[in-house]
Design a protein around this ligand. Structure first.
Ligand SMILES: Cc1cc2nc3c(=O)[nH]c(=O)nc-3n(C[C@H](O)[C@H](O)[C@H](O)COP(=O)(O)O)c2cc1C
Length: 454
């Protein structure tokens, strides 16, 4: 039996994947955009839609970075509204464990799970920068090294809150006038170095018991956190080789936490460009890349590696001959990707060598090295490639990021999904009602063990 593929749609937003300047691009904040996006994904029987989170507007050169979409509405508000205009598709929200409190987050996800009939998922992120922390009045609250400690405690506490109702407390017996069978539902008490809380959780057990838990950190600690407690991982490793390495690494960690391989799904972010022929798709892909990396964006990317002001640099000329400034990145604030530049001088040398060997200008080089296009081709070749990657354990599916909002998923849903359905590797229709059903994940019991029903 081939593996079944899981597919989701990421509402694109604040980075240059989204070509907001395209004539076909709509609002990133009006509800109609969210509704259209989610309904198209649901038409394709996708597992869920996904919202990322960013809690501070990015800055570069001490200005708000306005080459990308700026600003996005609150996750819970959007997902709750989407619950009302969709029936089956899962609703996944990224909510960090650094700047929130477990009681309120557990309450919000349990409520979303109720309102949506069991479709809620929480992507637990730690966020990482003191710059974002400033928005929360505690300055750089929480050192990097403490973030996963708090995340583990946060998720544990939230889990105790989700589990604090068994599900049989509300009897609402109209004849006897008895509402509760148990006078102390939702009782909890949690005390550790991060949280010292006790009381009664006020949201009765939701359809999934616990929302589906996602995780997105990539460090050793992040991977362990996921292997210990997540149902799915959102990763950035979408190529065959990197995907297989990540998959083997993370799945290999599961036994250490007493879990089996199928208890954690690995779902990388992936983009796509479709054409009627391979040539047409390649041409379109190049057009999209140029729209994603305007001359001004190329210079901003350059500055992020060089960690210095290069506003006078010519995007159509060679790369700068000076070396990057090593040390804390002060030029781009609130941008996670700068952390991936571990050795900027070595990376700059690699980029120069590549540009010289291939005769590339600065912009052309940036187009190449910041490439975000995973699947380019006809619907047939894209369906083939996705299936091949999943069967080869590069992933369990993909979280697709279209370059246009809100209509960018439609070509995939209308042209690629039917081919995957024909192959029998993607559902023809939803078989269950909850997101756990779509993902093939069991409900989980109060004691943390998996079970067929709660
Ligand atoms: C694919 C991917 C997507 C992420 N999306 C978000 C996000 O939307 N919001 C956020 O605050 N952090 C996001 N993160 C950051 C991580 O959740 C995590 O907080 C950060 O990477 C620090 O953990 P690490 O050192 O384990 O990578 C993302 C990370 C990855 C790898």
């Amino acid at each position: 039996m081939p593996k079944q593929i899981h597919l989701a749609a990421h509402f694109p937003g604040v980075n240059n994947t989204t070509v907001w300047s395209d004539p076909a691009s709509g609002s990133h904040i009006e509800f109609d955009s969210f509704r259209e996006f989610a309904q198209v994904a649901e038409r394709g029987k996708l597992d869920f839609i996904f919202l990322a989170e960013g809690l501070r507007l990015r800055e570069q050169n001490d200005r708000i970075y306005d080459l990308d979409v700026v600003g996005r509405p609150d996750t819970f508000t959007v997902l709750a509204a989407l619950a009302a205009v969709t029936d089956r598709i899962g609703l996944t929200g990224t909510i960090n464990s650094t700047f929130n409190e477990p009681y309120e987050v557990a309450r919000q996800f349990a409520s979303l799970d109720h309102l949506s009939g069991g479709r809620a998922a929480w992507n637990v992120v730690t966020s990482w920068d003191a710059f974002t922390g400033e928005n929360f009045r505690r300055g750089g609250f929480l050192a990097q090294g403490d973030r996963y400690d708090r995340a583990r405690s946060f998720l544990q506490t939230a889990t105790e809150l989700f589990d604090s109702w068994r599900g049989d407390e509300v009897v609402a017996d109209k004849d006897s006038g008895t509402f509760l069978a148990d006078p102390h539902p939702g009782a909890f008490a949690h005390r550790d170095r991060f949280f010292d809380i006790a009381g009664q959780f006020d949201v009765p057990r939701s359809p999934q018991g616990r929302p589906v838990i996602f995780q997105a950190g990539d460090s050793d600690e992040g991977r362990d956190f996921a292997a210990a407690s997540a149902d799915a991982i959102f990763s950035r490793h979408s190529t065959l080789e990197a995907g297989q390495a990540f998959y083997a690494d993370v799945k290999g960690r599961l036994p250490k936490f007493g879990r089996s391989r199928d208890e954690l799904l690995i779902l990388p972010a992936a983009t796509f460009v479709l054409g009627d022929t391979e040539d047409e798709a390649a041409e379109l892909a190049q057009e999209v890349r140029l729209a994603q990396v305007s001359p001004a964006t190329a210079i901003k990317f350059l500055e992020q590696l060089w960690n210095r002001d290069l506003s006078d640099h010519d995007p159509d000329g060679p790369l700068p001959s000076v070396d990057p400034v090593v040390g804390e990145n002060t030029i781009a604030r609130g941008r996670a990707s700068v952390r991936m530049h571990r050795d900027p001088v070595a990376t700059a040398a690699e980029w120069r060598a590549k540009a010289e060997a291939e005769g590339l200008t600065t912009r052309e080089l940036i187009v190449e090295v910041t490439g975000r296009q995973s699947f380019i081709g006809t619907p047939q070749t894209v369906a083939d490639t996705i299936d091949r990657y999943v069967q080869a354990d590069a992933s369990d599916g993909f979280i697709l990021v279209p370059h246009l909002t809100p209509g960018g998923m439609a070509p995939f849903v209308d042209r690629v999904v039917p081919l995957l359905q024909e192959r029998g590797v993607f559902r023809a229709d939803y078989e269950g009602t909850t997101l756990r059903d779509h993902l093939g994940l069991p409900l989980r019991h109060t004691d943390g063990a998996s079970a067929a029903a709660s």
